[in-house]
Ligand binder design. Sequence first.
Ligand SMILES: Cc1ncc(C[n+]2csc(CCOP(=O)(O)OP(=O)(O)O)c2C)c(N)n1
Length: 380
Amino acid sequence: MTLVHDPPAFASPTDPPPPSLERIWTSKDSGPIQFVTPDGELTDLGAEYGVDRALAQTLYRDMARARRLDHEALALQRQGELGLWLQCWGQEAAQVGSVRALSPSDYVFPSYREHAAALVRGVTPGELLAQWRGVSHAGWDPGPYAFHLYSLVLGTQTLHATGYAMGSLLDGADDVVTVYFGDGAASQGDVNEAFNWSAAGNIPVLFICQNNQWAISTPTDVQFRAPVHQRAAGFGLRTFHVDGNDALATYAVTREAAAIVRRGEGPALVEAETFRMAGHSTSDDPSRYRTETDLATWQARDPLLRLETVLRSLDTRASYFSELEEELERLAVEVRRACRELPDPVLDQLFTHTYVDPHPLVDAERLAYRKFVELMSVED
Ligand SMILES: Cc1ncc(C[n+]2csc(CCOP(=O)(O)OP(=O)(O)O)c2C)c(N)n1
């Protein structure tokens, strides 16, 4: 059964620019831009913008799919089917709202928690889980999805994105190369170099910082004094601060930021305030460092519940929700099946994708590995 709403639509780069949220935000500087309150009420700004029902349904579906995949992956890890998993629970709106506001060809550099964004770009559950099952160094071919491989070395992807965007500029493309990173990663030198270099060179990069309040066990008030958006502005970026648990506001803000970058006016940054509801990874116990009150505060700001309230207030048909529920059940089955069916890796291939060109050290290591395998099979 298919859903009865419009097919998911990405923002078109040729759409007319919406009213300036940058102006509204910088003139009032009254905290993050919000369209919908945690209770699901439209703010004055949200009412001014209005709610596009098809967009709201698309964003809600994207978030619901991501949450289901995330929870299934957690269960698979607990059953020993995955070595590790980093949940994106709580951050669905920040990811879905932003990635939907791009053009599908805008190349995205994720960090390692962007499962919701990856799903929107079409990365399959099996491809997403492969790295965490330990059967692949990565999992997918980035080209067809315009979605790069995960980067676990904090912040490096901001420099990769900046370099990629320089290339895209030289090619005469009008891409908005987009890069995700966290509040903790923002302390890395790489991120600050990427801010500076992209601003100095007018390079078309859109930085999306998901400020989920924690870098493993380090809270933001220990991590930094000046917020990420203020620091980025100091480097000369156009900056935005948005409620990252508000999918509609995140979409609108990212759309405006992307339009700035696409017009060649230089790099921009969106700081999306959100919360990591789970531990840093499945190896982490967040109850060791954060309080139940903290968790409850953010639970009340849940991005899915908030958009669901909006959709119900728009008299969304009950069939939308029931069909989505069925779709999520099918997705869950697919996630479990895809995970268990992932083929074991051929270890010899470890040496194949290390360098583009042959390398003597890698060749020697491959030879040593083959000799070891031979020796083992003789002993058998
Ligand atoms: C260069 C580098 N330093 C340290 C680490 C260890 N490390 C992994 S995740 C993490 C915290 C990252 O926090 P943040 O950037 O806020 O992203 P989040 O995990 O909260 O999504 C740290 C310190 C790393 N992976 N890379």
